[in-house]
Design a protein around this ligand. Sequence first.
Ligand code: SAM
Length: 242
Amino acid sequence: MIPHPVVKARYASSEERPGYVKQLFDEGAEHYDPVVGWGFFGTGNLYRKDAQRRHGLKPGMQLLDVASGTGLMAVAASEVLGGAETITCVEPSDGMLAVAKKKLNATFIQSGAESMPLPDEQFDFLTVGYALRHFADLEATFREFHRVLKSGGKVLILEATRPQGKFGSWLFKLYFGQIYPFFSRLLTRSAKAEEMMVYFWETMDTCVRPEQVQAAFVAASFTEVKRKALVWVFSEYTAVKA
Ligand SMILES: C[S@@+](CC[C@H](N)C(=O)[O-])C[C@H]1O[C@@H](n2cnc3c(N)ncnc32)[C@H](O)[C@@H]1O
């Protein structure tokens, strides 16, 4: 199950998508933290930490943070875990990895989520922050998550989801489709920062609905598949390996 159709304005086929996405994040990496910081009104670290705690992340756990980017999920997790020694970050972009490595003493692996150079059954907890839309295939990627988790291990995916009601949808489009990209450009003076945020909107707008994400987890043999929605927009998906 692909998370969204080809974005024709950016690339011609799904084969070209990973190359486009890698270049986008490589070139936008230096702007990612400031843009995400103001765009979510400085709540990012607190929210990530709170979600990780609420869903059961505890000191002593082996954590895999997939699509770790500049390390925002991993930094929050290191505050919950009391250090980064048990954190492994998987991320394909050189630019994003370079920023993350300056912040954390974790293990870093350059890879996509779809096939990770990691042994079976190594992790207690697996997180993904705002990257679900970039995976080539949801079911296949979730099967890979299932493989690397220990029995009883848990996945937590945070994602922004377009609301369904007319007013919510309009407001969401106005903010993420126009205001956020405009200010990203204004504050960073970078066309790449703007493009990163426009692409964020384009992929959210056309992303599969939450029921389909949950069905992909079930198809990948996960149990206790749940979605919690906060302020209509923030989805917290959780699933457990039996
Ligand atoms: C919006 S950033 C999220 C970063 C971080 N998780 C956070 O919470 O801020 C999306 C990240 O997904 C990464 N990414 C893109 N395609 C990926 C793939 N196929 N597998 C794993 N990560 C991918 C990008 O390089 C980028 O760093």
